[in-house]
Design a protein around this ligand. Structure first.
Ligand code: NAD
Length: 478
């Protein structure tokens, strides 16, 4: 594809380079070739972006009639749909994501904007019959400037599911995409302007989190940080935000279980489970990377699961039939290979995968690891690559203890045809999201987020609107 049409920061309605004029090179992960250069934001750009967003908040967006705000968000959704192919190609080339997935994710971004355009006029306070009489009501008010910091694995949809509700609630946003994958966010900044959004309402800063992250998080005008990324960076953001009690929501790492009971539809579970962990080349916070299989059906499940994994189409992300593309970077692949080395050293069985299937591109074959102990590094830590560990279990209680031993609690699946067991186990799994006889984790209309070290607060659904507003109580003496 041709070069991206915006590689500059979007600040106060203008596309421009950062204060120093520095640019960074983006590498196409499928070809290992330099592809384009993007502007790098400096501290002065953070200052300009936040100050401009505050101005836009005070002078217009905060007080815009809700119906007008909704119209602008609908217009953004429409432009995303009109530019769906362009955005999908950008994401495919930048992340190494299969083109069919990239299209689905861009369409998801449009649906998110439509949902929150609708939410503008459907999210409201209450009247409360307070004991002392008079009239009491609550208001949901915007906070001011929101910093939205997003990761490289799902750059476009995660940007949309932070930006759209924050704007719908009347805030202005400074969006910081991951340094490796800024292109669709920079394009979104331009599309928002074309949709009629006033300058400053959505600012976009590409650049390294390590360089501008602290300044953005600590800026006195930033009232809320909405972050998706690693648990270690999330923890740092929470610490920095605590100094002046900024609001934070954090969507962090995961090590999600996939629980297969003997009475489940094994064929269906085995057919669909590979993509519950290998989609996006395993670079998925919801990846079901620990599979627990009831011992009676362990051998049969493993046989079906490995066979289904071997059939995945791993290759060029621009091809329609590709299911698994390359990893995002050489560094990410090396990090995953260190986990595989540790499994080999511990004499675990790699039932398939573990190799680099192509000489060019950061590819790694989907890998199924058997025979792990619960103390193994690869079993306990988020690998964030195409690797899954499978273990048998005999007893429901023991299995639940192992499931919940993880410090993470984001997502998971359980497979059974026994309704009572499904509901009993669903309550006991410590995770913010769970699917029964399915691997779907994300619904635009439903809350998404984690227990324990997987996060704080919720994205999506009306729960996100709560996270981007302050709740005010007003009492009127009559
Ligand atoms: P990361 O934490 O390295 O980076 C995330 C974002 O934070 C990037 O934009 C980065 O530039 C920025 N950043 C880095 N240092 C910063 C700092 N000091 N201050 C402020 N911002 C800073 O994560 P990543 O490698 O991009 O993404 C992978 C991680 O994200 C995985 O752990 C994955 O599980 C998690 N993730 C979670 C969810 C979820 O919804 N729970 C979704 C996707 C990814």
């Amino acid at each position: 594809m041709s070069k991206p049409c915006n590689t500059q920061l979007v600040i106060d309605g203008v596309c421009r380079d950062g204060a120093s004029g520095r640019r960074m090179t983006l590498v196409d992960p499928a070809r290992e070739e330099a592809w384009c250069e993007v502007a790098v934001a400096e501290l002065a750009d953070v200052e300009a972006a936040v100050a401009g967003a505050q101005r836009a908040f005070e002078t217009g967006w905060r007080d815009l009639a809700p119906g007008k705000r909704a119209e602008v968000l609908y217009a953004v959704a429409r432009l995303i749909r009109e530019h769906l192919e362009e955005l999908a190609q950008l994401e495919m080339r930048n992340v190494g994501k299969p083109i069919s997935d990239a299209r689905d994710e861009v369409a998801l971004g449009a649906r998110v904007f439509e949902y929150y355009a609708g939410a503008v006029t459907k999210f409201f306070g209450q009247t409360i019959p307070v004991a002392r009489g008079g009239f009491d009501f609550t208001l949901r008010q915007p906070m001011g400037v929101v910093a939205a910091i997003v990761p490289w694995n799902f750059p476009f949809p995660i940007a949309c599911w932070k930006v759209a509700p924050a704007l719908a609630a009347g805030n202005c946003v400074v969006l910081k995409p991951a340094s490796l994958t800024p292109l669709t966010a920079l394009r979104l900044g331009v599309l928002a302007l074309e949709a009629g959004m006033t300058a400053g309402v959505l600012q976009v800063l590409s650049g390294a989190g390590g360089q501008i992250g602290d300044a953005l998080v600590q800026h006195p005008l930033v009232r809320k940080i909405s972050f998706t990324g690693s648990t270690s960076v999330g923890s740092r953001i929470m610490q920095l935000a605590s100094r002046d009690i900024k609001r934070v929501s954090l969507e962090l790492g995961g090590k999600s279980p996939n629980i297969i009971f003997a009475d489940a539809d094994l064929e269906q579970a085995a057919r669909t489970s590979p993509m519950s962990v290998f989609a996006n080349c395993g670079q998925d916070c919801c990846a079901r990377s620990r599979v627990f299989v009831e011992r009676k059906v362990y051998d049969r499940f493993v046989e079906l699961f490995v066979a289904a994994t071997r059939q995945l189409a791993v290759g060029d992300p621009s091809k329609e039939e590709t299911q698994v593309g390359p990893m995002v970077s050489a560094q990410q692949r090396e990090s995953v290979e260190r986990f595989l080395d540790s499994a080999r050293q511990a004499k675990r069985t790699l039932a398939c995968g573990g190799d680099r299937p192509h000489t060019k591109g950061y590819y790694l074959s989907p890998t199924v690891v058997l025979g792990c102990e619960t103390t193994d590094w690869i079993w306990r830590e988020e690998v964030f690559g195409p690797v899954v560990c499978v273990r048998p279990f005999d007893d429901e209680e023991q299995m639940l203890r192992e499931v919940n031993e993880s410090p993470y609690g984001l997502s998971g699946s359980l497979w059974t045809n026994d309704l009572r067991r499904a509901l009993r186990v669903a309550r006991r799994v410590e995770s913010g999201v769970l699917s029964i006889n399915s691997h779907t984790s994300v619904h635009v209309e439903a809350p998404f987020g984690g227990f324990k070290q997987s996060g704080l607060g919720r994205d999506l659904g009306m729960a996100a609107m709560e996270g981007y507003t302050e709740l005010k109580n007003v009492y009127v003496a009559l």
